[in-house]
Design a protein around this ligand. Structure first.
Ligand code: SAM
Length: 236
């Protein structure tokens, strides 16, 4: 499927550059044929090809649909990471149906989180959605204010979990935790884990500490395991 930005969806649209080349040279599409496109907000459908040029393919919307917002929406707040694991996580989070991804600046985050998500991160989400056929991209944000900002923003989510491997404070996370309709937020610490003060702030703010078992997982493994558990819950 081709990606068309939401503000240009549902109107004639020209693929250019690599997208046009892919359509014309790789897929060998001709005028009158149809291609699928999506806008990342849930809208998708068939577009008729009007003209095919070397660097430009003109499309006209034909039959468009809107995927309903899923009843259960799982969001992950991950301690910001500068490593390539972040890009891996973003790709897999789209495949596993994350509704939202928030990065937060934890005390033990190495380096400074940017104020806004980088364009390259959104491009990664779009590429993943093309590959797996998702019409809706997860929302993506860099949350200001460290753990206090996260504790405050978390109040908008009816269910809040803190992924914490310590069995002395956490109970096991189960699929049943993820079956309720509405928004659920799961917080994952950075590579170095939460500080005691961060964990205290979040539990005081109503985040329930939960564990995925005795092994200490990398942050992206923990986050993706939660999303996979959410898929299991969804399939029931
Ligand atoms: N060295 C850190 C420590 O000892 O606190 C380990 C941090 S771990 C690499 C990164 C994050 O992944 C943790 O803060 C936690 O949110 C999550 N995590 C890792 N293993 C987990 C487990 N077994 N259960 C729940 N969360 C886990």
């Amino acid at each position: 499927a081709f990606y068309i930005p939401p503000e240009q969806f549902a109107a004639p649209f020209a693929l250019t550059g690599g997208e046009a080349g892919h359509c014309a040279k790789v897929l060998r599409k001709r005028p009158g044929e149809r291609v699928r496109a999506f806008d990342g907000t849930g809208r998708h459908g068939l577009f008729r090809i009007e003209t095919v040029g070397r660097d430009r393919v003109e499309l006209v919307p034909e039959s468009l649909e809107e995927s309903p917002l899923p009843a259960r929406r799982l969001h992950v707040a991950a301690g910001f990471s500068r490593s390539s694991r972040r890009d891996f996580f973003l790709e897999k989070a789209v495949e596993l149906g994350a509704a939202g991804i928030v990065f937060w600046q934890a005390e033990r985050t190495q380096g400074k989180m940017p104020g806004d998500p980088k364009e390259a991160w959104t491009a990664g989400l779009i590429a993943a959605a093309k590959q797996c056929g998702a019409a809706r991209l997860p929302t993506l944000a860099c949350l200001p204010g460290g753990v206090a900002g996260l504790a405050q923003a978390g109040q908008a989510y009816p269910r809040r979990f803190l992924l914490w491997e310590d069995p002395a404070v956490s109970r096991p996370l189960t699929p049943a935790d993820l079956t309720a309709d509405g928004d659920t937020l799961c917080v994952v610490g950075p590579e170095g884990g939460f500080s005691d003060a961060e964990a205290a702030t979040l539990t005081t703010a109503g985040f329930v500490p939960v564990t995925l078992g005795p092994r200490v997982l990398r942050w992206e493994t923990a986050a993706l395991a939660v999303l996979a558990l959410g898929l299991t819950a969804e399939a029931r």
